[in-house]
Ligand binder design. Structure first.
Ligand SMILES: Nc1ncnc2c1ncn2[C@@H]1O[C@H](COP(=O)(O)OP(=O)(O)OP(=O)(O)O)[C@@H](O)[C@H]1O
Ligand SMILES: O=P(O)(O)OC[C@H]1O[C@H](OP(=O)(O)OP(=O)(O)O)[C@H](O)[C@@H]1O
Ligand SMILES: O=C(O)c1cccnc1
Length: 497
């Protein structure tokens, strides 16, 4: 098992794009490697046309940064790399520099389970330019995927209106870590359990499941198969009833349910995995009630997502538990979140922070310069607005104006008196030393639920959700404008239109 062993036990410093290493070499060669910089990780658009996004992945980020180093094998690999003319890509003294490199960055981040919005920095990295740069790809890899899946899981859980959702995705997930990370993020986002036993072991997530059609098919009859399963798991029986004929399957399940009851045991219920799930779940409910099993549950599965679940709820399907796999763990309708990681300030030789901006034809792509913090204003536990501000700014004011980063005609006055304020970027590492104590996964899940409950349900509807106000504090907005004009050499002529 070389691949899994190397992946999970070796150094992960090479899990990056090659250009990060060529830039790292360039920074080192030009004497800029240790110059202090600030980078922000943020996304520009919610996934799935959602009205909110749920942050996840910080625990992986912490793990990655704690173990950030180049081991002997990594260094040997880099030393062997050649340019097209056969010359070495990296000088031995650069490799020696990497060997001695110790993680020195400070990291601030939103906690896992925090509801986040476009443009809000989710992770802010401050430290030697070379180290900030080397973190770009792995941080994006981790946060993009887990945030995407946690958001999808939250949408699915809302659609299920509090019914348990079992995550069944492993067999269709994007590879080994895709599956593991998806199970973790799905649990944070609202799923009750996973079918992935390794995820259960690694992350402490509850593991659950029913049985497959192959179980039934391996016996001479469905009834015999149900009885044998009941024998093995008298307290945990969910019978899959659609292998041959769903109605006969429900009858057989009830018969075994009665047999179990005679022995003082109660079955859990049935699973329906094909056909019209509203129609068959209602028939199953009626038959089980009539037979004296009002507490027996109906589990439904088969290519479910938030939209089909919503439709089944509208149809008043009698489904108590939802099994969701493929469309959850592959984020079926949006394969990536699209978060980016941008340089926003750099320290000058004089020791002052110089804000940096990337100018773009598309205003959505102009980053927010400077060294920031984010505050969430709320009233009586309900979030009111988020403000991104320069962290030199004093929050002790009665009133703020926030300006939409894309459309400056959208502004909001925040009367701060009487509002609660929560600063969202929390210290995670200080100069390479971890200062954050990571809550366990159940606390993270509870944090997600608490966070989501702070937002109006208009934000959580699947179609055309309400837009939550997020803006730049006035002076940050002004700084950004001034910098864009400066970088574009704007001289008052029309040449910038
Ligand atoms: N009442 C319903 N309303 C809306 N969608 C439903 C309803 N019942 C089932 N579905 C969905 O319709 C789709 C049916 O897909 P498909 O044709 O693959 O199922 P099937 O033929 O019944 O099952 P299979 O191919 O697995 O034997 C699934 O996504 C399922 O979740
Ligand atoms: O549909 P998902 O949301 O991905 O949920 C997981 C699916 O995996 C299993 O199907 P299986 O692999 O046996 O295939 P089949 O039922 O489609 O034949 C199970 O019966 C679900 O239908
Ligand atoms: O336990 C189940 O019922 C299950 C697990 C994985 C995929 N489909 C169903």
């Amino acid at each position: 098992m070389k691949i899994t062993k190397d992946l999970y036990q070796g150094s992960l410093a090479l899990l990056t794009d090659f250009y990060q290493l060529t830039m790292a070499y360039g920074y080192w060669k030009s004497g800029k490697a240790e110059q202090e910089a600030v980078f922000n990780l943020f996304f520009r658009k919610h996934p799935f046309q959602s009205g909110f996004t749920l942050a996840a992945g910080l625990e992986y980020v912490i793990d990655f940064c704690k173990n950030f180093h180049f081991d002997e094998e990594d260094l040997a690999f880099l030393l062997e790399m050649k340019n097209s003319d056969g010359s070495p890509t990296f000088e031995p003294s650069f490799i020696a520099y990497l060997k001695e490199m110790e993680f020195k960055c400070s990291i601030e981040a939103v906690e896992e389970g925090t509801v986040v919005f476009p443009h809000i920095p989710m992770v802010k990295v401050t430290g030697p330019l070379i180290q900030c740069q080397l973190l770009e790809t792995p941080l994006l890899n981790i946060v993009n995927f887990q945030t995407l899946i946690a958001t999808k899981a939250a949408r699915i859980s809302f659609a299920a209106q509090g019914d348990p959702v079992m995550e069944f995705g492993l067999r269709r997930a994007q590879g080994i870590d895709g599956a593991l990370a998806a199970s973790r993020a799905s649990y944070i986002g609202g799923c009750a359990s996973t079918s992935n036993v390794l995820a259960g072991k690694l992350f402490g997530i509850p593991v659950s499941g029913t049985h497959a059609h192959s179980w039934i098919m391996s016996f001479d009859s469905e009834l015999e198969a149900f009885k044998a399963y009941a024998d093995a798991f008298p307290d945990k029986c969910v019978f899959l009833v659609d292998t041959y004929d769903t109605i006969s399957g429900i009858k057989n399940a009830i018969e075994v349910g009665k047999f179990l009851r005679e022995k003082g045991k109660e079955w859990v219920g049935v699973r329906i995995d094909s056909g019209d799930l509203a129609y068959y779940s209602n028939i199953a409910r009626e038959m089980m009630d009539e037979a004296g099993f009002p507490d027996a549950k109906v589990v439904a599965s088969n290519d479910l997502d938030e939209h089909i679940i919503t439709s089944l709820k509208i149809q008043e399907a009698s489904i108590d538990i939802w099994g969701v796999g493929t469309k959850l763990v592959t984020a079926f309708d949006q394969p990536a979140l699209g978060a980016v990681y941008k340089l926003s300030a750099i320290k000058t030789k004089e020791g002052t922070w110089e804000p940096k901006v990337k100018v773009s034809q598309q205003s959505i792509k102009i980053n927010i310069p400077g060294n920031h913090q984010v505050v969430r204003f709320s009233k009586n536990g309900k979030a009111v607005a988020d403000m991104i501000y320069l962290n030199s700014q004093n929050l002790d004011r009665d009133e703020f104006i926030i300006i939409d980063p894309i459309d400056p005609t959208k502004r909001k006055k925040i009367k701060a008196k009487g509002l609660d304020q929560e600063v969202l970027l929390k210290p995670i590492f200080e100069k390479g030393k971890k200062v954050y104590s990571m809550p366990d996964i159940h606390q993270v899940k509870a944090n997600a639920a608490r966070n989501l409950s702070q937002f109006d349900k208009a934000l959580k509807r699947l179609v055309n959700p309400h837009i939550y106000p997020v803006g730049l504090e006035e002076s940050l907005y002004q700084l950004r404008n001034d910098l864009v004009f400066k970088m574009k050499n704007y001289d008052g002529e029309e040449n910038n239109i």
